[in-house]
Write a protein that binds this ligand. Structure first.
Ligand SMILES: [Zn+2]
Length: 468
C-alpha cells in the first residue's frame, strides 16, 4: 500500500507542474510499453498471476542483454502463481554491498463491473493513467525494470551492484509474501546495504502544485486482535442480561473511546518539523508544539482532526469486522469482533494486547491474536548517505520543493526487510493528488506526467546511490 496525504489545510505550494524532463521518445515509448504490459497482466490474488508478470519482466531484461545467470525467477511450489524475480546488475567493486530495488507486483482486487474503465487495460485519459496498479505500485515496478534496461543500454558501470526484486503477496495479508519469503529463503540473493521501495510519494495540492517530496523511513505494523464473548445462549423469548452480543458491543465501544499515548520518533518528529513550515498557521504551530511537548493537549486536538496526522502520532486500533449470533430467535452463544491495530514502531504486540484487555475491562470478553504475519516494523536510520542524494535530485527536478521524512501509518514490504537487517526506505518521486489516486479503490489513477518524472527521478537517484 501507499500513504495518502490528505491535509485539509491550505498550504504553501512550491511549483506548478512544469514540462517533465525528457528521455528520448524511443526510450519513453519503451518504458510505456513495459508499464502497459505490467498493468495489463492481472496480478490479483484471485485471478491473476504474479509469476507470469515476473517472467514478462525477465524477458524484457533478457532482451536488453541481461544473461540468464543474472536473472533469478522464483516461485514456491504451493503458490505457483505468486512468484517473482530477482535480477542483478553487477557493480565494479565486489567488496561493496548492493542496493536493492524492491517492488511488489501484485495488486488489490478490481471488479470490471464496478469500474468505469477496464481495470486491466492501461488507459490514458485527461492526463491520467487509469488501471489497477497504475499507482500502487506498477509504475515504480516498471521504472525499476526500465532503469536497469537504460543502464545496460548506456553501458553504465556502477560501483555497487544493483539488485531488483519483484515480489507478490504484499496486498493480501493471507497471501504468501514474496519479500518475506526471500528474506527467509534467499537472504543472500537480496542482501543489500539498503533497499528502496514504495510507501510515500510526492504530494500535490488540489490544483496540482507540488507541496513536498516525502521519504518513508518508518512504518507501523498491522496486527489484528479478536475480541470474543461466549455464552450458553438459550431461547430469545426468555432473555437474560448476560448476553454475548452486549458484552462484545460494550467492549468495542470502550475501544472506540480509547486513545493510545502519543509517541515521537525520528520519522514523525522530522515530518512534523518539516511540515510545520509548509502547512503554517494554526496547524503548523500545533506541529511545532507537539514536537516540543508530545503531551500538549490543545495542539494535539488540532492535529488529531486530520486522520493522517492522528495516525502518525500513536498506535491506533479500530473495529473492522463483527460476527455474532446463530439464529434470529436465539440468545447469542458467540460474538466476535476484529480489531485492527497499527502498532507504532518499537511498541510490542503483547503491550497492545495488555492495553486492550485493560481498556475492555470485562473478563467475559477474551482478547487474542489470530495470526502473526511478520516481525514488528523497525525504523531505518535517515543518514546523510540516504538523504543527500534524494535532496540533490529533487532539487534538480523540482527546485524549492522540500524533502520531508515521514512515518507511514500503513505498511509495506519494508516490514520484512528492516528486521532482516536490510534498512528499507520508501521513495518514489511520483507526485500524487491529495486523494491518493484512489489506490485500492475504484478507478485507480496516477498523473501521466508524475510517472515520467518519477522515472527520471529514480533513474538519477539510483545512479547516485550505486556510485557511493
Ligand atoms: Zn503497494
Amino acid at each position: 500500500m501507499k500513504r495518502i496525504f490528505a491535509a485539509a489545510t491550505a498550504m504553501a505550494a512550491f511549483s506548478v507542474l512544469a514540462a517533465p524532463p525528457q528521455d528520448t521518445p524511443a526510450g519513453e515509448q519503451r518504458f510505456r510499453e513495459l508499464y502497459k504490459e505490467l498493468v495489463e497482466t492481472n496480478t490479483t490474488l484471485s485471478a491473476g498471476n504474479c509469476t507470469l508478470a515476473a517472467e514478462r519482466m525477465a524477458a524484457r531484461l533478457k532482451a536488453a542483454g541481461f544473461p540468464d545467470s543474472d536473472l533469478h525467477p522464483f516461485a514456491v511450489a504451493d503458490h505457483p502463481k505468486e512468484g517473482g524475480l530477482v535480477a542483478v546488475y553487477p557493480g565494479r567493486d565486489p567488496k561493496l554491498k548492493a542496493i536493492l530495488l524492491l517492488a511488489h507486483i501484485d495488486v488489490v482486487e478490481a471488479k470490471r463491473e464496478d469500474w468505469t474503465r477496464d481495470p486491466f487495460t492501461l488507459i490514458e485519459e485527461d492526463g491520467y493513467f487509469y488501471g489497477r496498479g497504475t499507482s500502487d505500485m506498477k509504475a515504480q515496478a516498471a521504472i525499476w525494470v526500465d532503469n536497469l534496461i537504460r543502464y545496460r543500454e548506456e553501458g553504465y558501470k556502477p560501483r555497487r551492484s544493483i539488485k531488483l526484486a519483484l515480489t507478490c503477496g504484499e496486498e493480501t495479508s493471507s497471501a504468501l509474501n514474496g519479500a518475506g519469503w526471500l528474506t527467509k529463503n534467499a537472504r543472500d540473493a537480496v542482501d543489500a546495504e539498503w533497499a528502496l521501495t514504495e510507501g510515500v510519494d510526492g504530494d500535490l495540492d488540489a490544483h496540482g502544485h507540488r507541496i513536498a517530496l516525502e521519504i518513508l523511513a518508518a512504518e507501523k505494523t498491522s496486527q489484528n486482535f479478536v475480541l470474543e464473548a461466549t455464552n450458553p445462549g438459550g431461547h430469545s423469548s426468555r432473555p437474560v442480561p448476560d448476553n454475548a452480543i452486549y458484552h462484545l458491543v460494550r467492549a468495542v465501544d470502550r475501544v472506540s473511546h480509547f486513545e493510545f499515548p502519543v509517541e515521537l520518533d525520528d520519522a514523525n518528529r522530522a515530518y512534523f518539523t518539516g511540515m510545520s513550515k509548509i502547512v503554517g498557521g494554526q496547524a503548523g504551530a500545533a506541529m511545532d508544539a507537539v514536537v516540543k511537548n508530545p503531551q500538549d493537549v490543545a495542539a494535539l486536538a488540532i492535529l488529531d482532526k486530520d486522520h493522517n496526522w492522528h495516525a502518525m502520532l500513536r498506535t491506533t486500533c479500530v473495529a473492522t469486522m463483527l460476527a455474532a449470533g446463530h439464529a434470529t430467535n436465539a440468545l447469542p452463544q458467540r460474538a466476535t469482533a476484529n480489531i485492527n491495530c497499527r502498532i507504532f514502531p518499537g511498541d510490542t504486540r503483547d503491550a497492545v494486547l495488555a492495553r486492550l484487555v485493560a481498556v475492555i475491562e470485562d473478563p467475559k470478553v477474551s482478547v487474542s491474536i489470530p495470526e502473526i504475519r511478520g516481525p514488528i516494523a523497525t525504523a531505518a536510520p535517515l543518514t546523510p548517505q540516504i538523504l543527500e542524494p534524494i535532496e540533490k535530485v529533487a532539487h534538480e527536478l523540482w527546485p524549492g520543493v522540500p524533502v520531508i521524512p515521514a512515518l507511514e501509518p500503513g505498511a509495506s514490504d519494508a516490514q520484512f526487510l528492516n528486521p532482516a537487517g536490510i534498512p528499507t526506505y520508501g521513495i518514489t518521486g511520483i507526485f500524487i493528488d491529495p486523494d491518493g489516486g484512489n489506490i485500492h479503490g475504484l478507478n485507480e489513477r496516477v498523473r501521466v506526467q508524475s510517472v515520467y518524472e518519477g522515472r527520471t527521478f529514480l533513474y538519477r537517484l539510483v545512479k547516485l546511490y550505486a556510485d557511493q
